[in-house]
Design a protein around this ligand. Structure first.
Ligand SMILES: *Cc1c(COP(=O)(O)O)cnc(C)c1O
Length: 344
């Protein structure tokens, strides 16, 4: 297939329903002090500044998911993840914005149960929250289907979490994000050799789709925040291919096209030492707050690659800040200890 222009990609996505939530484009900013420290040029795509309810990558995802829910005639959304989920925070707010009821089923994972950070924000957005025992992944997915069926039986029209429907639609939003980012790079005469992002799901699948559709020659480095019970490369390639089909593009992404760095995983939902070091460095050099669960670990992946020469000195890379900052409030003692070196 010949490559698409940004405009052609945008037109292809018009066959999917969409409801606008964010302020686009998000800024692409230089990180001069970090760049100097690393001997490379680092640009940051500020998707943490998406402009909707504390921001993050789920703003882009939700434009297509809420669009899908509304155009399918749904009157409520059944969603779930762990208690401090950024996804659920954004979903709750998007539901509120369009007058849908939002039912959240949240797994404690390794989080504290006190109402703080994203858990507080779920309530403030008006979600009906239930804390459940099911673990994030296949077990919780099954529970969400059950809850959705029960609502159907009660006469409601729920839109519920279904991997095969949700992930490709969310992915399309990140193909568009890559187009937006490359246009901003061009305006800065920056030619990135790599894009770094925290993902083991829709975001990375979407960037892979964007890369194939637009003919971007740099690499997309997915720094995984968690270990799934399946092969991430296969999963992202499959999602990207299904997403391509959903917007009418004859693109097949193969597992070998996907780069996944699983060296930063740690315990899902918990900070890691390398992530905390990255978080502190970004704060000290650029006054930018990363989140301990996702973007800090992705930045740790970038730092490791810069230091071990995988990113050649003098080259340009883009880091996508995917948001998630409200989580710091739920991890106050850990954050304080790693930033100030003191216990509480
Ligand atoms: C959800 C999330 C990610 C990862 O998204 P994928 O669905 O794996 O693409 C990364 N960063 C933040 C802050 C998130 O909330």
């Amino acid at each position: 297939m010949t490559h698409l222009s940004n405009q052609q990609l945008a037109s292809a996505t018009e066959r999917l329903a969409r409801k606008m939530l964010g302020h686009w484009p998000t800024p692409l900013t230089e990180l001069p002090r970090l760049s100097e420290e690393l001997g490379i040029r680092v640009l940051m795509k500020r998707d943490d500044c998406s402009g909707f309810y504390f921001g993050g990558n789920k703003t882009r995802h939700n434009e297509f998911l809420i669009g899908d829910a509304i155009s399918s005639g749904c009157d409520c959304v059944v969603w779930g993840a762990e208690i401090q989920s950024n996804n659920c925070r954004q979903t709750a707010a998007a539901c509120s914005r369009f007058g849908l009821d939002c039912y959240l089923y949240l797994s404690p994972g390794h989080h504290r149960l006190d109402v703080n950070g994203n858990l507080l924000l779920h309530y403030l957005a008006g979600a009906r929250v239930e804390i459940v025992d099911a673990r994030i992944g296949p077990e919780l997915d099954e529970l969400l289907v059950e809850k959705g069926r029960a609502l159907q039986a009660a006469g409601r029209r729920p839109y519920f979490w279904d991997r095969s429907r949700v992930i490709p639609r969310a992915a399309v939003s990140y193909a568009l994000c890559l187009a937006e980012t490359l246009e901003q790079c061009e305006a800065k005469t920056a030619r990135p050799s790599a894009v770094y992002v925290s993902s083991a799901g829709s975001t990375g699948a979407g960037l892979a789709l964007g890369k194939a559709a637009l003919g971007f020659e740099g690499s997309i480095r997915n720094v995984c925040p968690m270990a799934w019970p399946w092969d991430v490369r296969e999963d992202l390639a499959r999602s990207a291919t299904i997403a391509a089909r959903a917007i009418g593009l004859p693109i097949e992404v193969r597992p070998g096209d996907i780069e996944a760095d699983e060296s930063q995983v740690g315990v899902y939902g918990r900070p890691t030492a390398a992530g905390q070091e990255a978080m502190k460095l970004l704060m000290r050099t650029e006054a930018i707050l990363l989140d301990p669960v996702y973007s800090a670990k992705a930045m740790a992946g970038l730092l490791a690659d810069a230091r071990n020469g995988k990113i050649p000195s003098g080259s340009t890379v883009v880091f996508v800040h995917t948001g998630g900052t409200p989580v710091v409030f739920s991890l106050a003692p850990e954050m304080l200890a790693s930033f100030t070196g003191s216990g509480t």
